[in-house]
Design a protein around this ligand. Structure first.
Ligand code: ATP
Length: 207
């Protein structure tokens, strides 16, 4: 069966997880590459033995999970280390995504990929690009409140990500999440209906 896959992306703190939860509540299958990456680097995570072997035990917390702060600082100061870490994670994430997609029985799949535009990996399997968009001021406020990061740290991450205009240019659908959560729900509901119908039509066309 060919699955209908919507690739969802957006900048830091734009509301990807919030929107993903709404889609899941409406009956979509949500596959979140960030959540998978967290699992892989959590206690007993599948990537941890290789991370320990290649980086050393000082990168691990006592429970065996990745010490994100230590790794973040290290990668920041040793740029090639980012590639090393990515080479450990990317294949495993792709594998977990494929498995989750294979198992899915929901009418369509929302694949959350924060770097969907920057990294081409998932383009071939997605039918549409959905961008969660948000005023930059709201992004900074929400991301700093949620992650306990300084506003400057959020701004630095935003500067390293694809800019808003480029992201919007490749979007098939855009969710504007600058407003309240109450405003968000009907928009997600409408898209859910649209994706159900697109998924159904795809099946009928046998494509
Ligand atoms: P990240 O890229 O950092 O993983 P994200 O894009 O997944 O973030 P969320 O985690 O969904 O974004 O949202 C960031 C924060 O903003 C969360 O605390 C969330 O509850 C809050 N938030 C999301 N949308 C709204 C909204 N419309 N109004 C108020 N708060 C919101």
């Amino acid at each position: 069966m060919k699955r209908y896959i919507v690739g969802m992306t957006g900048g830091i703190g734009s509301g990807k997880s919030t929107v993903a939860k709404m889609f899941a509540d409406l009956g979509a299958c949500v596959v979140d590459t960030d959540a998978i990456s967290h699992q892989l680097t959590g206690p007993q995570g599948g990537a941890m033995p290789e991370i320990e072997a290649k980086f050393g035990e000082e990168f691990l917390n006592d429970d065996g999970s990745l010490n994100r702060q230590v790794m973040r600082d290290y990668v920041f100061n040793h740029p090639p280390a980012r590639k090393k870490l990515e080479s450990i994670l990317h294949g495993r994430i792709r594998e977990a995504v494929s498995e989750a997609i294979e198992k899915a029985s929901e009418p369509y799949i929302v694949l959350v990929v924060p770097l969907l535009i920057e990294v081409g990996t998932y383009r071939p399997i997605i039918s549409r690009v959905l961008v969660v968009d948000c005023e930059e001021s709201a992004q900074i406020e929400r991301a700093s409140e949620r992650a306990g990061m300084s506003r400057d740290a959020v701004r630095a991450i935003m500067a390293a990500q694809t800019d808003r205009k480029t992201r919007l240019r490749v979007a098939d659908d855009v969710i504007d999440n600058s407003g309240s959560l109450a405003l968000l729900e009907p928009v997600v509901k409408q898209l859910d209906q649209r994706y159900r119908s697109l998924a159904l039509n795809q099946g009928q066309e046998g494509s």
